[in-house]
Each structure stands twice: as structure tokens, then as C-alpha cells.
Design a protein around this ligand. Sequence first.
Ligand SMILES: [Zn+2]
Length: 82
Amino acid sequence: MALAHRAAWMRTQKPTGPCPRCGLHVQWGDRQCPHCGHQLTQADIDGIKSYISEQKALGMKRAIIWVPLMFVVLTGLFYVLI
Ligand SMILES: [Zn+2]
């Protein structure tokens, strides 16, 4: 089941945000960008932090839309098959 696998993968991954210098993602908690070597300042870290919480809020919104939709589709399928 690809979806369950992806969910497990997402749980084990640290949240990431874009490096202000190269734009590639750095892991939350990193002090230095692993891609370009940019030393992250407190302001950079705060920026990454707000990016992560934005992404989380976005994910929540998606779940709010998708969960009832999936429920409706599955219920519909159930009635079609019965
Ligand atoms: Zn970088």
C-alpha cells in the first residue's frame, strides 16, 4: 500500500524548510545548509520554522477536504457493488 508507506515515511522524516541562500531544503534543527554550506542565522531558522508551520496548516486543510471526499467515494462504491 503506497499511501501507508508514504505516511510512515513522512512520520520518520524531520520537517524541512528552504535554505535562504540556495533554496534547497534543510532539515529542522540543522545549523548549516548541507547543500551550499550557508550558516543558518536565528532569523533564517525562524523563517524555516514559519515555513514548516505553514506547510503543516496546508496539510491539515488538504486532509479536511480529502477525508470526507474519500468517505463519500468509498460509500458510493460500496452501494454500487452491493
Ligand atoms: Zn543552502
